[in-house]
Design a protein around this ligand. Structure first.
Ligand code: EPU
Length: 342
């Protein structure tokens, strides 16, 4: 394989918000053997550089002035079979949901609650993606990376070295940005241990004939049904999933807010800390279903900002800032955006 650089490349099809922006230079990386040439290329050395996965967690507010690299490394493999469990690997460019469905067809269980999350396998540890009571860190054993500060030398980061937190990892912080995620390894179980504790899942599973003994495939289907009912499909309505993280606040603030608003959803988040539902705060602030031109707040899930067609990234960003200001004014809580804003 070789590298084909494109100048002034359109990015509309490569970001799920559907922003019609361009990159000064663009290249697809389909083979790791091409990485040294990429790192030595003029557009890379000139910078800036943006590594792109599925484009499902970013908002472009302008054309990108440097090089966009689409990480399109492919491959799935069984690394080791330990009877009860398997060690399996997927390359960074694999589509996340296709990977989850593939593991289920192989009888490898543990990723079913993470069905239908948009994006690529390579982005999954960066964000520590999570849904319905499960996070990627629960089954991830290690991440195979190229160290960009050392000419692309391959290094392995263990789960602990990834320093996972809620929608957080080493890859989001200064020290970890030298690592390009190339492949991710998971330890999955051959025995089903379904996690149905998250309220919506149980309600959905109860409608299936297999209840009360749902299979991991049933859990996957339940998650797909819930996500389809609540979350807009990026192919139909541009969005980047939850636009804000659920805020973690001091217990005292959560208690005070709950006193004034008894329906406030609250979740334990470590000693003296409490996680609030950003979607609830945004809905209470009056923004659910709100629309400013083609920028809007989804009508079934207030955490999701949507592009009704021709919104610019700046318009989406302005709406996000208006939401932050109003939520802070009403509740004294500052919401942090989840996607990368460029
Ligand atoms: N809520 C509202 N109004 C809304 C949305 C939510 O009042 O418009 C309330 C719900 O009634 C519920 C609480 O907020 O009491 C939590 O809502 P939900 O279960 O829908 O989940 P979430 O906290 O809004 C998080 C993740 C989602 C993930 C779901 C399910 C974050 C930022 N978001 O949303 O992840 O699918 O839980 O586990 O943590 C994503 O990150 O892109 C994403 C979609």
């Amino acid at each position: 394989m070789s590298l084909t650089f494109i100048d002034n490349a359109p990015l509309k099809a490569l970001n799920t918000f559907g922003m019609d922006v361009r990159a000064a230079h663009f290249v697809r990386l389909t083979d790791l053997a091409d990485l040294p040439a990429l790192l030595a290329s003029q557009p890379y050395r000139q910078g800036p550089v943006l590594w792109l996965g599925g484009g499902s967690n970013l908002l472009f507010t302008r054309d990108y002035p440097g090089l966009v690299v689409q990480v399109a490394l492919s491959g799935r493999k069984l690394v080791a079979d330990q009877g009860e469990s398997v060690l399996v690997e997927a390359a960074a460019g694999e589509n996340w949901h296709d990977w989850v469905r593939y593991t289920l067809t192989q009888g490898w269980f543990g990723l079913e609650n993470l069905s239908l999350i948009p994006g690529s396998v390579g982005a999954s540890p960066v964000q520590n993606i999570g849904a319905y009571g499960v996070e990627v860190k629960d089954t991830l054993t290690e991440v195979l990376c190229a160290d960009l500060d050392q000419g692309g030398r391959l290094v392995t980061l263990t789960n602990a070295e990834c320093a996972f937190g809620y929608r957080d990892s080493v890859f989001k912080h200064a020290g970890g940005q030298r690592y390009l995620v190339c492949a991710v390894r998971f330890r999955l179980s051959r025995a089903p241990h379904v996690k149905t504790g998250y309220g919506d899942i149980e309600r959905e599973l109860r409608t299936l004939p297999s209840w009360p003994t749902p299979t991991p495939g049933d859990v996957s289907q339940a998650v797909i049904n819930i996500r389809k009912a609540k979350l807009p499909d990026p192919r139909e309505l541009g969005n980047a999933g939850s636009f804000f993280k659920n805020p973690v606040v001091p217990q005292a603030l959560a208690d005070a807010l709950a006193g004034a608003h008894p329906s406030l959803p609250r979740y334990p988040a470590g000693p003296g800390q409490c996680k609030l539902a950003a979607g609830w705060l945004i809905e209470q602030a009056g923004f659910k279903g709100h629309r400013q031109g083609d920028a809007g707040v989804h009508e079934r899930q207030a955490l999701v900002l949507v592009n009704y067609g021709a919104a610019s990234g700046s318009e989406i960003h302005a709406l996000a800032q208006a939401i932050q200001a109003e939520v802070e004014r009403r509740f004294g809580v500052r919401l942090s955006p989840e996607p990368v804003i460029i």
